[in-house]
Design a protein around this ligand. Structure first.
Ligand SMILES: [Zn+2]
Length: 365
């Protein structure tokens, strides 16, 4: 049987190709993809040279169709079960995997890996590596023995469930790492899919004040944030975020800051330190900023950088998505067929079709 996938064949170029549906061994399986989300990192990967051929798409939701006996036992699954997949393909035997921190596994952590393109990971690896079906922008995905799966009920809309990873990042960065919870005040930079996930996770965890910051071009997302857990949305082109924070905290400053923008300038990191209350937790982004240790000491700050998600954070995100308590559908702004993966990825970057929040691909449409 032949199945279709959209293959990145060059920089910002994709074409539909057919692949043989692979046979499964005792410890692997096959997933019939229902929906794949376009991640916030996907436009950047689409532009990246020397990363083709590749079936992109790592926010994958589908139904298990084939399952080897050992795989069924290991995963506690049967054909017909629905799952959300994580992108990582960890080794399961290193120090980090044994601690449950498989995002830091030497095989899963891209800061350790020398040749990312030839390292197995859903949505980013070389499609020439058998059995080829390593990405969500295709009709089937190969379930490798080391895949990380989350069983989900039939009642969750597949497009909603593709938000497990961006929302899971929000749970991880704002709540599990940042400690956003009862009595805490939180600032989230960037109202993209991860930022909205942070705001919602913080509110679900009980944070008393959630402020989300964006720019004029983000206005629709800022408005949506107010329906998804944020108490205050600040357009930093029009308002001083520091003034808003100080007005809402009686001048004390904020307890938890998460930067989801990837800030290349260091301006957000510098401002975050100004916004911080004593003892605050700052989840800061970027790779080249200078860290002012003196300020960290004087203000007794904890600084970390957002780095992916844990198994627990994805489970919690799926609970939030499936709870029916939040207007998750409003995040799902666009759905494309397999022949429009190019448009889907560009829309996520605000190119071509405007107003995208979270975009999905239905490989059967
Ligand atoms: Zn490992």
């Amino acid at each position: 049987m032949k199945v279709k996938a959209a293959v990145k064949v060059d920089i910002e170029r994709v074409e539909l190709r057919e692949f043989d549906l692979p046979a499964t061994g005792p410890d692997s399986g096959l997933l019939r993809v229902e929906s794949s989300g376009v991640g916030g990192s996907e436009p950047e990967y689409y532009r990246k040279p020397n990363s083709a051929p590749c079936i992109m798409g790592h926010e994958i939701v589908g139904t298990v169709t084939d399952l080897g006996e050992a795989a069924a036992k290991r995963w506690g699954l049967r054909p017909g079960d629905r799952v959300a997949l994580e992108e990582y393909l960890p080794c399961w035997h290193c120090h980090w995997c044994r601690q449950g921190d498989f995002r830091l596994c030497m095989e899963a952590d891209f800061f350790n890996v020398k040749d990312q393109f030839n390292t197995l990971r859903y949505g980013t690896c070389n499609a020439e590596i058998p059995p080829h079906l390593w990405g969500g922008f295709g009709q089937y995905v190969y379930l490798a023995p080391n895949a990380v799966l989350h069983k989900i009920p039939r009642t969750i809309d597949a497009r909603h469930a593709t938000l497990a990873i961006p929302m899971g990042n929000g749970v991880q960065w704002a709540v599990l790492d940042g400690g956003a919870g009862l009595g805490k005040s939180v600032v989230v930079y960037g109202p993209g899919q991860q930022g909205l996930g942070c705001a919602l996770a913080a509110k679900v965890a009980g944070a008393g004040l959630v402020i989300i910051a964006g720019q004029t071009r983000d206005q629709a997302r800022l408005d949506l944030a107010l329906e998804l857990g944020a108490d205050v949305a600040v357009n930093v082109d029009e308002q001083s975020l520091k003034d808003v924070v100080m007005a809402h905290t009686g001048g004390r400053g904020i307890d938890v800051v998460v930067d989801t923008t990837g800030d290349p300038t260091g301006e957000i990191a510098a401002e975050a330190i100004e916004l911080a209350a004593k003892g605050a937790y700052l989840n800061l982004n970027g790779l080249k900023q200078q860290v002012p240790i003196g300020e960290i000491k004087k203000r007794y700050l904890t600084v970390r950088a957002p780095r992916g998600h844990s198994y627990r954070s994805i489970e919690i995100a799926l609970q939030i998505i499936g709870s029916g308590q939040w207007p998750i559908d409003k995040l799902c702004s666009h759905d494309f067929g397999l022949d429009a993966v190019h448009e889907a990825v560009l829309a996520t970057a605000g190119r071509g079709i405007q107003g995208a929040i979270h975009v999905t691909v239905n490989p059967w449409a």
